[in-house]
Design a protein around this ligand. Structure first.
Ligand code: ARG
Length: 461
């Protein structure tokens, strides 16, 4: 009945409008099996504390197994009168174990410590799934880098041609943030690995139940230090929302480039048919929908983080019902990423690079001007002057509509006495790339080493 959880001091049930508002089974039902796992662990500590007989415990565990099977098969579902997953499962347990045994399980626990624990269990599982899917994107970037070890492309700042870089270097630059995201998930897990079970409503339990035993039973590293913190804090949930939002933002930055690269104007890539869409009216169209959806979904995940933080802001200790609102944002972020990531890695893995175009654009836009300046510095010219001389070269070329390597020996000497014909050795893309050979640079030898380190990091992650 509507009175089942708190009937004693009430004379009637909640108004329908309240029940409607209060109900969370449509989103917390996905925690049902975690709740049952928590109930098994709780039943065992009740037994250890002498609050259940051996016989009660085996009836309870058998009924919980039956309930779990019925949940999995869909034979047991939340009813309209069940407020949340915990209420529904308590009803299910009592139906199976009888009110006498079934009614003993709630001793020493509260939905406040239950939900905080189940939420962490669920997020920890999905953190592993998401991390694996993020690593698939890293692998796809690595595969593309391996396919194009020596292709140059225009490197950009402010979206303007800046300096030539290796395509592999650029692709790996998208891999590192994703590897850090995986590291963030792993680091987050250390904080999520403490179980709030045993915190009760807020003050802990008087029944001699061992929170560490429950924690170990549920795969946690230990129990929380403070029962108020255990039931009232959600920073661990918010941090998860941040890391997943960061993943979506990192994907979105790749996506934006894919969208640009696939345009006629850039012409850097062709998306595979299996990861592009057509138009219902324009027969020629091939659209980068995977990338656009990635860019769009990032807004959604950032919103989930913002919404959750706003819910938490200003909440007094300890549990407040507002905290029921912590689940939908992170569930949505998980669902979104688990659908998006496989499509995203497929898109990255199958896109074809127009390497001739990338190579031919690499030196354009005077992207070798810095190489002139740095060559001059190696000849002993102060950088301030070198920068000015190289700028003068660009100005002359621009006014004549020619490229830097078209300047004659006389042109060079006319611009600066320091500009001997030897400067031409750096006026090629190969020379420019090869010269940037310190750690982290775009020289092919360095990028090859970097590639090995990305592969190692991805295998270790
Ligand atoms: N369903 C609630 C939540 O998601 C847990 C129930 C706690 N309710 C309560 N009245 N103390 O946070």
């Amino acid at each position: 009945s509507k009175l089942s959880l708190w009937g004693g001091r009430f004379t009637g049930g909640p108004a329908d409008a309240l029940a409607e508002l209060s109900r969370s089974t449509h989103f917390d039902w996905r925690l049902a099996l975690h709740d049952i796992a928590g109930s098994r662990a709780h039943a065992r500590v009740l037994r250890t504390a002498g609050l259940l007989s051996d016989e009660d415990l085996s009836t309870m565990l058998a009924s919980l197994d039956q309930l779990a099977a019925d949940v999995e098969s869909g034979d047991f579902l939340p009813a309209p009168g069940d407020e949340d997953v915990h209420t529904a499962l308590e009803r299910g347990l009592i139906e199976r174990a009888g009110p006498d045994v079934g009614g003993r399980l709630r001793a020493g626990r509260s939905r406040n410590d239950q939900i905080a624990t189940l939420g962490r269990m669920y997020l920890r599982e999905h953190a592993r799934t998401v991390a694996g899917l993020v690593l698939d994107v890293v692998d796809a970037l690595v595969a593309q880098a391996q396919r194009h070890p020596s292709v140059a492309m225009p490197g950009r700042t402010h979206l303007q041609h800046a300096q030539p870089v290796l395509l592999a270097h650029h692709l790996l630059a998208h891999g590192w943030p994703l590897l850090r995201d995986v590291e963030r998930l792993r680091d987050w897990d250390r904080r999520a690995a403490l179980s709030p079970y045993g915190s009760g409503a807020l003050a802990g339990s008087s029944l001699g139940l061992d929170p560490e035993a429950v924690a170990a039973d549920l795969g946690f590293d230990g129990a929380v230090e403070n029962s108020i913190d255990g039931t009232a804090s959600r920073d661990v949930v918010a941090e998860f929302a941040f890391v997943t939002a960061m993943i979506s933002v990192d994907l979105s930055r790749i996506a934006e480039e894919v969208i640009l690269w696939a345009t006629k104007e850039f012409g850097f890539i062709t998306l595979d048919d299996s990861f592009s869409t057509g138009s219902s009216i324009m027969p020629q169209k091939k659209n980068p929908d995977v990338a656009e959806l990635a860019r769009g979904k990032a807004g959604r995940l950032v919103g989930n983080l913002g919404g959750l933080l706003t819910t938490l802001k200003g909440l007094p200790l300890a549990y407040n019902r507002d905290l029921q609102e912590d689940k939908e944002p992170v569930f949505d972020s998980i669902d979104t990423l688990e659908v998006l990531l496989p499509a995203f890695s497929g898109m990255v893995d199958t896109m074809a690079f127009n390497t001739e175009r990338l190579e031919s654009l690499a030196p354009q836009g005077f992207s070798l001007a810095t190489d002139i300046a740095e060559w001059l510095v190696r000849q002993g010219v102060p950088f301030r002057i070198a920068h000015e001389v190289a700028g003068e070269c660009v100005r002359v070329c621009e006014s004549r509509g020619i490229e830097l390597w078209d300047l004659s020996d006389d042109d060079l000497a006319g611009i600066s006495e320091h500009l001997t014909p030897d400067v031409r050795e750096v006026l090629t893309v190969e020379g420019s790339l090869a010269s940037r050979d310190a750690k982290g640079g775009t020289a092919p030898t360095r990028v090859a080493e970097q590639l090995e380190r990305v592969v190692a990091a991805s295998n270790d992650a």
